[in-house]
Design a protein. Structure first.
Length: 87
């Protein structure tokens, strides 16, 4: 399967299990996770990254991201599981 089979170039989002998933959600999550895990990031940067990651979680769960990939950083994994536990 190719990326365009999931979301063609003219689409900006897809709906899965009643959840709208925007193009770029996985990339945004990774960028925010990098900031959140960065010990040199300011408290404000980490709070913004956490807020944005939490907003992305329903979509990432809907596409099964965490069913395939596990988060190695224990603190980040705990944060994600606390705010959006698996069922």
């Amino acid at each position: 399967m190719r990326a365009e089979d999931i979301l063609n170039d003219s689409q900006n989002h897809v709906e899965r299990d009643g959840v709208v998933i925007r193009k770029g959600s996985v990339g945004a999550f990774l960028a925010n996770a990098t900031i959140w895990c960065d010990q040199t990031a300011t408290s404000e940067q980490r709070q913004r990254a956490e807020r944005d990651m939490r907003a992305l979680l329903p979509g990432l769960r809907a596409i099964g991201l965490f069913d395939v990939f596990s988060i190695r950083d224990e603190a980040l994994r705990t944060l994600i599981d606390t705010h959006y536990p698996t069922t």
